[in-house]
Structures are given as structure tokens and as C-alpha cells.
Design a protein around this ligand. Structure first.
Ligand code: NAD
Length: 345
């Protein structure tokens, strides 16, 4: 099977535009392409540049709100490839309580895709989400893994999931009607160093790692867990995510074709806490917060299609990814305590 990535089809000085690059995944993507030797990367985020999670030397970094049409036009000027990962999002606590903000990310997507089309961009990538899947299929922790066809009939997660589903449709119709080459990945939970770890937008792996560090620091070995701990998920390590984006963007069988990008290693939140306790070498008393946002009961990625089309799937074991994530969060925690600058919203 042919393994095509950006270096096989692009010149090193072709302009790559990455939206949302002040955040977790797009920041890692900017670093990935920079490390592959691409010399013209334009990274954009609405956050002021000093607040970006990662600053990659040599990457043009611009602070701009991409939900404003004229900014989107400026952003993609001269781009050969556009990666749109900018979105107002966070973990369950954020997306359940901020549906309007999540829905408003549609403005980013509509302006970015139209601007990319008008600018003659060769390829456009959109980061969709497993939240686009029909929620009625996710009501049991022993969930059947979700395959790409499970998005329809549509019953996506209110707010965030619907925004993703509609934006996917924009990509598909820009390809069908206007000939813009689009690629769409449905990310399942992504985790790793350089992501949000406190403040309200953090997701379960980062939040639970932080709580373990706090437990050790306070000497009170207690942990609050949202939900009953039985809800299940799969978690993809960041390096698998950025490599997967590159492979998906450069595969001709994946034009305007949404595809899962996630691991199929299903764990319950309780198992996730077990792993973190093992890494931190502690045991904590667990309190289950049954009224807290918990999302669907179970969600896993069916990787049949990605294996078939790419001969690859994300495979970093959860425990391995958690080790480096825990170590990074611990360092961040003590840096913050010492008054040093850390990754924050
Ligand atoms: P993130 O919040 O770390 O990054 C998103 C970035 O977009 C932020 O830095 C934010 O400031 C920026 N942004 C928001 N509105 C903007 C605007 N109007 N103009 C410019 N920038 C704007 O999130 P992430 O985890 O890196 O997610 C990246 C993408 O992947 C998002 O589209 C998200 O929906 C999708 N996704 C992520 C996960 C995950 O587990 N992290 C799962 C599924 C899908």
C-alpha cells in the first residue's frame, strides 16, 4: 500500500496554513510540518501569540479571529494547503454548557472554506469529531465501535456535534459542486502534552492527571470523577493524530470522505484513573459526581475503514501516552505553583 504524506506531494517551500495553531492539536501539527522541513508555515489563532500553547521557531504566527470573513481571506492568501482546526471547544463540561459558542464555530468553517476555494488552495482539511455521530448509538458503556456510516440518520451531540456535521457537509459540497479538494477526519479524544490541563476546557485524561498531581501535593488522596466512572471512551495520543492528519490529507481515496481518526482501545473512566494511579504510584478515594457533565455512555472508534484505506491506525498504547502526559502536567503544575508561565486558556 502506498504511504503518501505531504513530503511526497509538496515542495518544501509551499505555503501551509494551519488554523487554531495556538491550541493543542494544530500547535502540534505546526511543529510536525516544521520538523518535516517545510519552510513556509502560517499559523493562526485568535488568542494573542504569547498565550499559544506552543510557539514553533520559524513559523509565521498570527493572532486573528477567523470567524471574520476578511481575516479568513487574508489567512489563506497564497496557501497550497489549509488545515482548519480552529474551533471554540473543550471537554464535556465546556461543550455541554456552551452550545452557542460551539455552534458559532460554523462561521470559522464557512469563511475559511470559501476563502480557500477562492484562493485556489489545492487541499483543505477539516477537523471533525466523533461527537458528530448519532448519540442514540452511544447509550451503553459496552458500545459497538462507531463506523463512518453511523453519523446518519443524524442525531449528533447538540451544539458541538451538529456544527461538525454541518461543516463536514460544507466540505463535501465544496468538493462536489466547486471542485475544491477537501479531507475530513473525525477525531476521537486526543490527549498528550501541550494541551489544556486546567481552567474548564480540559478533557478527561488531562483533568485526571492534574487531579492526581494535586492529590500528591495536598497529601489528600481524594479524586472527584464526573459520572459513575463506567462511561467508556478511546483516547488517541497526539503524535498519532498529527501523523494521521498528514496521511488522510494526502490520500486520493479520502476526498470529501469523513474517516475516523482515533484508537480502538476502549477503556472506562475508572480504568483511566487506574492507569494514572499506577503511573503516579498512588491510590485515591474516588467520589463520583453523578450530576456533572458526562457525555454519552460509551464511544469507540471502528478502525476497519482507516486500516483498509491507509494500512495504518493510531496505535500508541494509552498507558504509554499517559506517562508522558502525566510527566508534562506535573511539571506544568509545579511551574505554575512557582509562579512561572504555563499553558493556559
Ligand atoms: P484547542 O481548543 O486546543 O484549539 C482550538 C484553537 O482554535 C484554540 O487555540 C482557539 O483559540 C482557536 N480558535 C477558536 N476560535 C477561533 C477563531 N474564531 N479564530 C481563530 N482561532 C480560533 O482544541 P484542540 O483540542 O486542539 O482541537 C482542535 C480541533 O480538533 C477542533 O476543531 C476540535 O473540535 C477538534 N477535535 C478535538 C478533539 C480533542 O480531543 N482534542 C476531539 C475531536 C475533535
Amino acid at each position: 500500500m502506498k504511504t503518501t504524506t505531504a513530503i511526497d506531494v509538496m515542495n518544501k517551500d509551499d505555503l501551509i496554513v494551519i488554523a487554531g495553531a495556538g491550541g493543542f492539536i494544530a500547535g502540534a501539527l505546526a511543529r510536525y510540518f516544521h520538523d518535516k522541513g517545510f519552510t513556509r508555515i502560517r499559523a493562526i489563532d485568535r488568542k494573542p501569540v504569547p498565550q499559544w500553547y506552543q510557539r514553533v521557531p520559524g513559523v509565521e504566527s498570527i493572532s486573528m479571529d477567523l470567524s471574520v470573513q476578511e481575516n479568513a481571506v487574508k489567512a489563506v492568501e497564497g496557501a497550497v494547503e489549509v488545515y482548519n482546526l480552529a474551533a471554540d471547544m473543550g471537554g464535556m463540561g465546556f461543550i455541554e454548557n456552551n452550545r452557542v459558542d460551539c455552534l458559532r464555530s460554523i462561521l470559522i468553517n464557512t469563511h475559511m472554506i470559501e476563502a480557500a476555494y477562492r484562493a485556489g488552495t489545492a487541499r483543505f482539511f477539516f477537523s471533525s469529531s466523533a461527537c458528530a455521530y448519532n448519540t442514540t448509538l452511544q447509550q451503553d458503556p459496552n458500545v459497538r465501535a462507531l463506523k463512518e456510516t453511523d453519523a446518519y440518520p443524524a442525531m449528533a451531540e447538540r451544539g458541538y456535534g451538529w456544527e461538525k456535521l454541518v461543516s463536514e457537509m460544507f466540505c463535501q459540497e465544496y468538493t462536489a459542486e466547486r471542485g475544491l479538494e477537501t479531507h475530513i477526519a473525525r477525531f476521537h479524544n486526543v490527549f498528550g502534552p501541550n494541551g489544556t490541563w486546567f481552567g474548564g476546557r480540559e478533557k478527561a485524561p488531562a483533568a485526571l492527571c492534574r487531579k492526581a498531581v494535586e492529590a500528591i501535593d495536598s497529601g489528600k488522596y481524594e479524586i472527584d470523577i464526573w459520572g459513575d466512572g463506567h462511561q467508556t471512551r478511546s483516547f488517541m495520543y497526539i503524535s498519532d493524530c498529527v501523523y494521521g492528519i498528514d496521511r488522510i490529507m494526502h490520500n486520493d481515496d479520502l476526498i470529501a470522505t469523513p474517516i475516523n481518526l482515533g484508537t480502538s482501545e476502549l477503556v472506562s473512566i475508572n480504568q483511566l484513573v487506574d492507569y494514572i494511579e499506577e503511573i503516579a504510584n498512588i491510590k485515591m478515594n474516588r467520589t463520583y459526581m453523578l450530576d456533572a457533565p458526562r457525555g454519552v455512555a460509551g464511544r469507540n472508534s471502528d478502525n476497519t475503514f482507516i486500516k483498509e484505506v491507509l494500512g495504518w491506525e493510531p496505535s500508541t498504547p494509552l498507558k504509554e501516552g499517559l506517562k508522558s502526559t502525566y510527566a508534562w502536567i506535573k511539571e506544568q503544575y509545579y511551574d505554575r505553583k512557582a509562579g512561572k508561565a504555563v499553558v493556559r486558556d
